[in-house]
Design a protein. Structure first.
Length: 196
């Protein structure tokens, strides 16, 4: 099973994240003294959320558990994109201002073109650091100091673990089969992304 590296998002330039994101551990997150978005990078071991400070994290977490720490931002809309060989195979909107609202990507005309342009730039800059079959969530980041919106990466996910929302099921399956196919069919470039 292929999965992106835990620190992939934290390693992206701010041009693609729209915010400061860093990789840390739960022990480091406990020391946070201001509101911060905290999430586990791959599993759902605790709820991804804005925590007022580190003391608000759920009890009983292993101090060595990896986490991603992010500035608090607002995404007007979020989109899930299933990528195969660095290209969008299918995708859909999944949320508007944090509320579930799935819509197929192909219904968004001009938005779909903006998303494609952003993903092309992202893949050119950071594509080699992703498996050939992966899910990347992006969103329209609201910036109170700039009119309109700008695109930013929300996170990268394992294709075999990601909800399809309103994406084309056949194309989702193409990506999932590559991401969770037989070990003997793993491409050499994907070997660093095989789950251990």
């Amino acid at each position: 099973m292929l999965e992106p590296a835990d620190d992939w998002l934290a390693g992206l330039p701010e041009e693609f994240t729209g915010r400061v994101v860093r990789a840390a551990t739960v022990a480091e997150a406990w020391a946070i003294e201001r509101p911060t978005f905290v999430k586990p990078p791959r599993d759902k071991s605790f709820p991804a959320d804005v925590y007022a400070d580190g003391s608000r994290l759920p009890a009983g977490l292993d101090p060595a558990t990896p986490v991603l720490l992010s500035e608090v931002v607002t995404f007007a809309a979020e989109y899930r994109l299933f990528l195969l060989d660095g290209r969008i195979a299918t995708g859909s909107r999944y949320a508007v201002f944090g509320r579930l609202d799935p819509r197929p990507l192909d219904r968004h005309g001009a938005i779909a073109a903006e998303i494609t342009e952003f993903v092309d730039r992202l893949v050119a800059a950071a594509g080699p650091d992703l498996p050939s079959a992966v899910v990347v969530d992006i969103g329209q980041l609201l910036d109170p100091y700039r009119p309109g919106h700008r695109w930013a990466v929300v996170e990268a996910n394992m294709a075999w673990f990601s909800h399809a929302y309103a994406s084309d099921p056949a194309r989702v399956l193409d990506v999932v089969l590559r991401a969770a196919g037989p070990r003997e069919r793993v491409r050499p470039g994907d070997l660093p992304f095989v789950r251990h």
